[in-house]
Every structure is written in C-alpha cells, then in structure tokens.
Write a protein that binds this ligand. Sequence first.
Ligand code: 6GU
Length: 246
Amino acid sequence: MSFAATILTLYPEMFPGPLGISLAGRAMAEGKWSLDAVQIRDFATDRHRSVDDTPSGGGAGMVMRADVLASALDATTARYPGVPVLAMTPRGAPLTQGRVRALADGPGAIILCGRFEGIDQRLFDARAIEEVSIGDYILSGGEMAALTLLDACIRLLPGVMGAASSGDDESFETGLLEYPHYTRPTEWEGRTIPEVLRSGDHARIDAWRKREAETITRLRRPDLWERHEGVRIQSPSGARHKDGTD
Ligand code: 6GU
C-alpha cells in the first residue's frame, strides 16, 4: 500500500517541485508514493472565485474562508477516508521525527496549505485538523512546509532509502546530533582524517563516534542533550553502575 499525499493549495504548480527529483522523485516513479495537488480555488462559489476576505474586527491582510476550504477538504476526505488531515501553519505543533515516522507508517496525508494572514478559526473548530509548524519563523505560505514534511516522510517509506540502513542511526533517531563524517582524500589543505577512522578497529570507531555525537549535542543543542540524558538515566537498559558511573 503506497503513501498517498494530497495537498490543498492555491499554488498547485509548486508541487511536486523538488519532490519530483532525486530520492523522492525516483520513489514516486516507482509507485512508492503519489501526489495529488488540489486547487482550492476550484471550490469557490461566487463569480469572482474568491477564497479569502478581510479580517473580522479589522487589521492587515486577508483571511482564508472557512466555507471554501471546507468544501475542498470534504471532497478530499471523501476520496481518502481515514487519512490524517494536517494544516501547515506557524502556530501549529512543532513537527518532530516521531510524528514524521507515524505519518510514514500510515496511508498518507491530506495537507492544507494556508496563505495570507491565516485561516478562519471556524474551519479548525468544525473539522478534525492537526495544525503543524516546521519551526519558529514565518514562511509566506504553507507550501514549502508541506514539501518539507513530505520529504521527511518519503525517505522513511519502505525501499526508499536502500542500503543507508534506513537512517536509524541518524540525528533524532538516536536522540543525538550526528558525529562528523570524512572521506578521501586522506589529507586536504593540511587536514587529515582522524587516525581512529582508518584503524579498522570497529569497536574503537563506534566508541569515538558515540563520544563525538555526545559532545556536539551537548555544545550545540543542550535541550536535546538534557532529554537524551534524562531518558538514559531513567531507562533500565542504559542504567549506570551502582556507584553512579557509566
Ligand atoms: Cl507550517 N507555515 C507557515 N506559513 N510558516 C511557517 C510554518 C508553516 N512553519 C514555520 N513557519
């Protein structure tokens, strides 16, 4: 069963965009996922085909109409019963690798992309929609965020990532940032590859990589480090010796 992505947008020509090439493009050509970009404006009912209007209470910008969006959404959910519905908005819940994994394990996603100042709140009150954000900055619309979300899901689909062991030793799967990588030439601009990586001693290499991953996480992302330490101290498998040492 392949992953079905449906995007509701005012700019369907933005899709598949970068997802039509490389890893995701190949996976799409192989039928591992599919994409349907739906033009929201096709569901407008007035003669100007309007999808937005001025904000009630005043203020700058325009607000997307609940009635038009609900028509577009209801037509889509009828075609894909049981598929989760998301809206890309900067006020949504921060996207996590865990949520990405759960979506990739499911039948697909219906993704509503907002433009303008926002979406009429009554849409969220009247329909089951999960609002998702990709970070603390403002994009001009949800489309680039939807592309990001889909990219993260597609690389996890069965058979998409091939030999790279499905990426489960990568950042956010281990809870740590990645250790440094090197490849030939052995010396470049007077810099050499750490000796341990050329030793062939895989136990030493694994220990070195673990230490490097821990150090970089502690320095760059103390928030991730705290959580990683918390999980490790609490879990019986990663428990410390009785004297408190590792
Ligand atoms: Cl999901 N949408 C928009 N418009 N801006 C964002 C975002 C989403 N996530 C972060 N900034």
